[in-house]
Design a protein around this ligand. Structure first.
Ligand SMILES: [Zn+2]
Length: 89
């Protein structure tokens, strides 16, 4: 059986480190549904090393901050740049 994460197109990866990577789920159950996984194949969290767990948690914080910026509506009357243009024109 082929591992789906080993054949991911690079554009699916939204954050990465030497031990872990984050990608948007191909079948999101909610906006921003993101997977944070170790680079090494492990069966579960409990098979990951302490370093891999730390790398996963660091990416989790990074991705959460990015999702907050991306998905939190700007307060009324404020401006927010989206994809290089003003979103409130
Ligand atoms: Zn794999």
């Amino acid at each position: 059986m082929t591992c789906p994460f080993c054949t991911l197109p690079g554009e699916r990866v939204i954050a990465e480190s030497s031990l872990a990577l984050a990608l948007r789920d191909g079948y999101p159950v909610s906006p921003g549904h993101t997977l944070v996984i170790p680079r090494r194949h492990v069966a579960s969290w409990f098979d990951a090393t302490a370093e891999e767990r730390a790398a996963i948690l660091a990416l989790l914080d990074e991705v959460r901050a990015a999702l907050d910026r991306e998905l939190t509506p700007a307060p009324a009357g404020s401006t927010r740049r989206t994809a290089g243009s003003r979103a409130d024109r």
